[in-house]
Design a protein around this ligand. Sequence first.
Ligand SMILES: Nc1nc2c(ncn2[C@@H]2O[C@H](COP(=O)(O)OP(=O)(O)O)[C@@H](O)[C@H]2O)c(=O)[nH]1
Ligand SMILES: [Mg+2]
Length: 343
Amino acid sequence: MTSDGLAVQTSGPVAPRGQRLSRRARRAVDVPDLVARARDGEARAVARLVSLVEDASPVLREVAAALAPHTGHAQVLGLTGSPGVGKSTTTTALVRALRAAGKRVGVLAVDPSSPFSGGALLGDRVRMQDHAGDPGVYIRSMASRGHLGGLAWATPQALRVLDAAGCDVVLVETVGVGQSELEIASLADTTLVLVAPGMGDGIQAAKAGILEVADVFVVNKADRDGADSTVRDLRYMQSLGGRHAGPGAWRPPICRTVASRDEGIDRVLERIEEHRRWLAETGEGARRRAERAAREIEAIALAGLRARMGEVRGSAALAALAGEVVAGETDPYRAADRLLAQL
Ligand SMILES: Nc1nc2c(ncn2[C@@H]2O[C@H](COP(=O)(O)OP(=O)(O)O)[C@@H](O)[C@H]2O)c(=O)[nH]1
Ligand SMILES: [Mg+2]
């Protein structure tokens, strides 16, 4: 927290996970009060709730239940792309424009690649100070701390907090490294894929399947040489088809921006608005949200299953099954079925 109460927090690199957890666990939490204060726009309460869900606090379930009735309002925008392409700069510019339009905005900066090095996050944080003191903006940097399914697990929960706190738009920035952009695409209503000239991004994009996740392409750093050929590369790859082929399909527009000078940002917002309307008119928006919820349930169920498997490990029941397999009395598949049936 900054002294003015803005929810700028960099978690993860600050203290080891265990330490944070135990310190928090010792403090009693009045969840209904916290949620009420968050809904009143109290940044401190919002930050606390995000910490609770991020740390998988014992009150996580109570928090999730208390938030549920207040969610479903926020428009979620994902920004992804290679490091250095200008995601944070674009996020800042978008926040500025959205604030000018009177929207309440949340930002989640997720860095799944570096749980311990705070460098990039700190850079984000400093830039985001542009918005320090503005009570209509919540900003949160999250590190996934390397635990299994970190991004998949914590980010949707943090999104719920910002949604329930009354954000009209939540921007989620994540480094485009393989799996994470797929995760972010499933989180977001609209996914912006950023590329920049001279980074070989066009080709990389095709390889990483980025074409599939983009709803809007942003060619940032359009002040640099090569922007035209980057746009051409993207157009060419689009012409090769994919999920965007066919009548009524959404064809991701390509926008040019100079985010560091706020150029082209209004166009990007117009395209996002067009996509929002398309999502509503075609029912694709509802479908995406349902899929998002299904994946979330799946992830939580899997985590539960994994935890129970942990309890089974070393148990007499498992030892007995292992004995049967060793003795040739059963095979490992049937043994696993029996184990699952017991869970
Ligand atoms: N020339 C130019 N530089 C930019 C532009 N947008 C961002 N940058 C710079 O590119 C660098 C990386 O930007 P950043 O937003 O941190 O990228 P991120 O890693 O994708 O979040 C910073 O030094 C920015 O100032 C732009 O439109 N033009
Ligand atoms: Mg960044």
